[in-house]
Design a protein. Structure first.
Length: 251
């Protein structure tokens, strides 16, 4: 018999090829879930699927772009075809922004909105359609950038505020259907995204980490553990909540 926090559950991880999403797949599978990975890079998804199935986990993958409605519908369809149902989803795909708002190009603005905001909405739409009869639990990834402004991140903060707004609305709409919708809001977390930010502005990253009460950036596993709890039945009375995983930075 499978044991663990997510034993027997089918969970879709969108943005599951690297960073927080890849580690979330490892944690969810270790906690007993069957996991469908989705992201753009087929090769990275195939490598992670091999790693996890090699360790005896029940994992498959499907590739596509989270900003394209047909692709996101495909993520859910692939999950239903492979595992027969959808109990949970971790909507974690996201891209970073750079620069002052008055320097951001229209193309860059449209792209970050398409991936971070429209992508989250598309995931919610398709996942909720699949959960209407059975209920379920959805976790979206915002950021502590979803609570306040910051310098030099272009429209990123705005997109992460929007993820919280989408989540709260979805929690109200879908509570009566037994679908919970919550947010994890990571602080600085050691992933390729943080490496990229460090390359652009190392002093800003070090200043940010020095301000964290726990005096370190988070790990991907720490964020994944918080998402696993929100996805699990242990959080059965929790919906519409924003859970910072930030070492106390916003306390
Ligand atoms: P990452 O760059 O390692 O991973 C991002 C994931 O999203 C990858 O799987 C990538 O393939 C996927 N993705 C990006 N664009 C996509 C698209 N158009 N279609 C499908 N998949 C797409 O980044 P990281 O750091 O793991 O970020 C994960 C989430 O956590 C993001 O939403 C990010 O905004 C958020 N976050 C990260 C923080 C950090 O310090 N690393 C802090 C706060 C929030």
């Amino acid at each position: 018999m499978t044991t663990g926090l997510l034993a027997g559950k089918v969970v879709l991880v969108v943005g599951g090829s690297t960073g927080i999403g890849a580690d979330a797949a490892r944690v969810f599978a270790e906690e007993g879930a069957s996991v469908m990975l989705a992201a753009r890079s087929k090769d990275a998804l195939a490598a992670l699927t091999d790693e996890l199935t090699g360790a005896g986990r029940d994992v498959a993958h499907t590739a596509g772009d989270v900003s394209v409605g047909a692709d996101v519908a495909g993520f859910v369809d692939a999950t239903l075809a492979r595992f027969g149902r959808l109990d949970g989803a971790f909507n974690n795909a996201g891209i970073n922004g750079q620069g002052r708002l008055d320097d951001v190009s229209e193309d860059d603005f449209d792209r970050i909105m398409a991936v971070n905001v429209k992508g989250t909405w598309l995931c919610l739409r398709e996942e909720i359609r699949a959960m209407r009869e059975s209920g379920g639990s959805i976790v979206n990834t915002s950021s502590i950038g979803g609570f306040r402004g910051n310098t030099g991140l272009g429209a990123y903060q705005a997109t992460k505020h929007a993820v919280i707004g989408l989540t709260r609305t979805a929690a109200h709409d879908n509570g009566p259907l037994g679908i919970r919708v919550n947010v994890v809001a990571p602080g600085p977390t050691e992933t390729p995204m943080l490496t990229h930010w460090r390359q652009n502005d190392p002093a800003a990253v070090e200043r940010r980490i020095a301000a964290v009460p726990l005096r370190k950036a988070g790990t991907t596993t720490e964020v994944a553990n918080a998402a696993a709890w929100l996805l699990s039945d242990r959080a059965s009375q929790v919906t519409g909540v924003v859970l910072p995983v930030d070492g106390g930075l916003t306390a």
